[in-house]
Design a protein around this ligand. Structure first.
Ligand code: 13P
Length: 247
């Protein structure tokens, strides 16, 4: 069985001193982790956290990447730049990027392509809003979001990570029930199976108010291969408890 993957998404939080305190605590507590661990940090802190996690079990992740290769795109940064800082994973299409920055399925697919081409694993985020769930459109929405990435990256689709993050569960304290989460994960697995014989290799993470109390139950589901953790990833004891639950 593959190891689970627990990734923290720090979002727009942190400072040089807070990052050091957090990472030092994570390093001390995760030495014997039986799962894969990553932290997705704000871009200005990549160099700092690269040094802090060097040689440890904690992999470095980015939160976004440009859909372009290089050139006149002020404010953006490329996959090659992330690679320069030892980035192993990169979130693409987080719902906050889709919502506040108008990222379309096609843009997200292009970002995944850039990451893959640079040797970085894109963590492709999909998920429905509350209105979409209540209208019965959950499966249709997540399948459409993943289909765009499969269409653009079919030949290496087994190299991606997928994160199912129901938008209504992000930062709200509301978690999808284990049944709701497993059901969507099974849909996504089925879609990957139709695209590749290696679908079982792909990590499908759950994200949305995952915490020390609910992680074990979620991670016990057959198609939940890890977690993408927001708020709890900023609290060492909570993040370490989630890592411990993923053994
Ligand atoms: P919370 O864990 O804070 O709900 O955030 C989830 C998330 O968006 C991770 O990418």
């Amino acid at each position: 069985m593959k190891k689970k993957l627990i990734a923290g998404n720090w979002k727009m939080n942190g400072s040089l001193s807070a990052n050091k305190t957090l990472v030092d605590a994570l390093l001390a507590g995760s030495r014997n982790a039986q799962c894969l661990v990553a932290v997705c940090v704000p871009a200005p802190y990549l160099a700092q956290v690269q040094q802090l996690v060097d040689g440890s079990v904690i992999a470095l992740g980015g939160q976004d990447v440009s859909q372009h290769d290089l050139g006149a795109f002020t404010g953006e940064f490329s996959a090659a730049m992330l690679k320069d800082f030892g980035v192993r994973y990169c979130l693409v299409g987080h719902s906050e990027r889709r919502q506040y920055h108008g990222e379309t399925d096609q843009v997200v697919a292009a970002k995944a392509q850039r990451a893959l081409a640079a040797g970085i694993t894109p963590v492709v985020c999909v998920g429905e809003t509350l209105a979409e769930r209540e209208a019965g459109h959950t499966e249709e929405v997540v399948k459409r979001q993943l289909a765009a990435v499969i269409h653009a990256n079919g030949h290496c689709i087994s190299e991606i990570v997928v994160a199912y993050e129901p938008v209504w569960a992000i930062g709200t304290g509301k978690t999808a029930s284990v049944e709701q989460a497993q059901q969507v994960h099974a849909v996504l697995r089925g879609q990957l199976r139709a695209a590749t014989a290696q679908a079982d290799r792909v990590h499908i993470l759950y994200g949305g108010s995952m915490n020390a109390g609910n992680a074990a139950q979620l991670l016990a589901q057959p198609d939940i291969d890890g977690g993408l953790v927001g708020g709890a990833a900023l609290k060492p004891a909570d993040f370490l408890a989630i890592i411990a639950a993923a053994q």
